[in-house]
Design a protein around this ligand. Structure first.
Ligand code: MG
Ligand code: FE
Length: 170
């Protein structure tokens, strides 16, 4: 029984961390979306993924509820604050859209790693509800793929806008 309890604790901690991670994701993406002026495809994709992320948070809360656990408010607040800082950190850069594209790509891969680990912890603890987490993982994989596929187009737009003397940073 010792091992079952421990596996369950690992899973619950992972769920709480994932909840905080998703709030951090929102605090990174929302300020970016507000600032974008010249990259409508990026804005549309951020808008879509913000909606997906809100759904991901609901799925995690659903699982925590069924386990009679609630998300950790403190860690959420701290990570959201650091997310807001991350969103601010490229606002002085003339190539803000590119730096944000790289950072978002890295963040999606952090999420992919987190859900891969969380799904394994869930399997170890014999948890139900894993299809909900696989849905979250699939959305992160799609977002990461979109960012990768779209990076050449963003770079070409950035280059063209810069060359035409228009505002290119956002
Ligand atoms: Mg996410
Ligand atoms: Fe994501």
């Amino acid at each position: 029984m010792q091992n079952v309890a421990t596996a369950n604790e690992v899973f619950i901690t992972g769920l709480k961390n994932a909840h905080a991670m998703e709030n951090q994701a929102l605090s990174i993406m929302k300020p970016q979306l507000k600032r974008i002026e010249h990259y409508p495809e990026v804005a549309a994709q951020l808008d879509l993924h913000i909606t997906e992320t809100e759904g991901q948070i609901q799925r995690i809360e659903e699982i925590l509820d069924r386990l009679s656990e609630s998300a950790s408010g403190l860690k959420d607040a701290a990570l959201s604050a650091s997310g807001a800082m991350a969103a601010l950190s490229h606002t002085m850069a003339s190539d803000e859209i590119l730096k944000n594209s790289f950072a978002n790509f890295a963040f999606e891969h952090f999420e992919i790693a987190a859900y891969t680990s969380l799904l394994t912890a869930g399997e170890e603890s014999g948890a139900a509800d894993l299809p909900l987490l696989r849905q979250n993982l699939d959305e992160e994989l799609r977002m990461a793929e979109w960012l990768q596929d779209n990076l050449p187009a963003v770079t070409r737009s950035y280059s063209a806008l810069s060359g035409s003397g228009e505002r290119a940073d956002v």
